[in-house]
Design a protein around this ligand. Structure first.
Ligand code: GAP
Length: 450
């Protein structure tokens, strides 16, 4: 019934380089994953909007994280803290003083650079001028604003540069209300803002992005063990969702890279087209955060262990990931091309849990006779999974579109369906087709999509 029956694909080697980046950026625009923000006004400074397909993919990345980190555990609870926050939080956390990058200006072309990212600190990479840089000044990356109508110092507020502090300042609230005791964690997903000097590489580094962070509070003598545990668990999460192990590595920080409070940090890195880049950092933060907030706020932020009558400040293991950056890694890892009957088939081999649409319902043709049956099939599937419905164009082109969106299954309703009450189910990766009775369709599809 379709053009797929005798297709034998020949793999195409897609190089992991700038051409792949270009393909992802083009696909993102064409199919509705990611659009440049404010595009009709010429775009806005490395900000991006997630389109109809991208919003689903991003949501699925976040849901997969929440499922693994909160739903599947009884030692982690969730939180959604405010983005607007008072200076006191950032004073205590050290961000007001330390969350800075060294900034230099070229006196010749007036471009700005991060001094620590210059390949040659005496030559301007923009205009080539020699020794043209100003003295470095420390530039704080936090976005500052004012809460309320008066722009006075007393009204200063910050957009959070990380979600983490929300967990620390709510430590006592969560401890009391959830009846958890260490080891236990607080998880949060949400937007963070950093006034990055050099945003770039598409959504890899942006000024507005989403984080997925866990603060896991443990008795001090268990910190090393839990640190190892979370490094392994977080690496495995990416593998389970389809990132090939040859594109994933754990990089322990050297001693001189560690923040002053951290006794160990490892990054989970992905092999991006421009080289290895961080997806997530797992840090052993000691008691730094709770101690800082206890000192600055005057509140007790510790734990009384009734079992042995001791009071202690828990240590914190923090796996901190970027949702938007991770979404991009999943896109890059899933992108594939193969030749089918002399034509290039682009397919996103996304894990079904991440796929924006799980099923596309496609009536073979836009005929009055087929549409009602196809819509019945759609209505049957919609309460269970995210579906697309498409009755435009030839069936082959519609399959190709779903391949580019990463849709694991296409369900085609044809004229035989009206007689035999069955549909053709086409699988994305193999293009193999199965004839399935409509009343067995849910039982057929759902286990494959879990
Ligand atoms: N609380 C610790 C913390 O925020 P981080 O390494 O600064 O640690 C964690 O950030 C993760 O957030 C990073 O691994 C990255 O995935 C993501 N991230 C950080 N800055 C980002 C940016 N400007 N654009 C996109 N993602 C970013």
């Amino acid at each position: 019934m379709s053009d797929a029956a005798d297709e034998t694909p020949t793999p195409i080697d897609v190089p992991n380089d700038a051409s792949l980046m270009e393909k992802i950026v083009n696909l993102s625009k064409r199919r509705g994953f990611v659009f440049p923000s404010a595009e009709i006004y010429g775009g806005f400074r490395s900000t991006y909007d997630y389109g109809p397909i991208g919003v689903q993919l991003l949501r699925n990345v976040k849901d997969a994280w929440w499922r693994a980190m909160v739903q599947m555990r009884d030692d982690v609870v969730g939180l959604d803290a405010a983005i607007l926050s008072p200076p006191a939080i950032w004073e205590a956390s050290g961000h007001l003083k330390n969350f800075t990058d060294p900034l230099v200006d070229c006196r010749n072309c007036h471009e700005r650079f991060r001094q620590d990212q210059l390949e040659d600190p005496s030559t301007c990479p923009n205009c080539g001028a020699k020794d043209s840089f100003t003295e470095a000044r420390q530039f704080n990356l936090m976005f500052k604003t004012h809460a309320g109508p008066v722009e006075s110092d007393a009204a200063v507020a910050y957009l959070r540069p990380e979600t983490a502090q929300g967990m620390f300042v709510n430590f006592a609230n969560v401890l009391q209300s959830s009846r958890k005791k260490p080891p236990f964690g607080i998880a949060q997903i949400g937007k963070s803002f950093r006034n990055e000097i050099t945003p770039g590489n598409f959504v890899f580094r942006t000024r507005e992005f989403e984080q997925m962070e866990l603060e896991f509070f443990v008795p001090p003598d268990e910190a090393d063990r839990w640190y190892e545990y979370w490094v392994d668990a977080r690496y495995q999460w990416y593998v389970d969702l389809g990132i090939p192990t040859e594109k994933l590595r754990i990089r322990p920080h050297d001693a001189d890279e560690l923040s002053h409070y951290s006794s160990g940090t490892s990054d989970v890195e992905f092999l991006f087209p421009w080289g290895w880049g961080e997806l997530e950092g797992i840090a052993n933060r000691g008691d730094y955060d709770l101690t800082q907030h206890a000192t600055h706020s005057g509140e007790k932020l510790d734990y009384f262990d009734q079992a042995n009558g001791t009071r202690y400040t828990p240590h914190v293991i923090e796996p901190a990931a970027g949702a938007t950056r991770t979404m991009m890694a999943f896109l890059l890892a899933a992108y594939d091309e193969e030749e089918v009957r002399g034509e290039t088939r682009t397919v996103l081999r996304l894990h079904p849990r991440l796929a924006p649409y799980k099923v596309a319902v496609l009536p073979l043709s836009k005929k009055d006779t087929l549409t009602p049956r196809a819509r019945e099939v759609l209505a049957m599937l919609q309460p269970h999974v995210m579906c697309d419905y498409d009755e435009t164009q030839a069936i082959g082109r519609r399959y190709r579109r779903q391949d580019e969106l990463g849709t694991p299954y296409c369900v085609t309703v044809d004229f035989d369906s009206l007689e035999d009450d069955a549909v053709t189910v086409r699988e994305r990766d193999s293009m193999a087709q199965d004839r399935v009775k409509v009343d067995e369709l849910l039982g057929y599809l759902l286990p494959k999509l879990a």
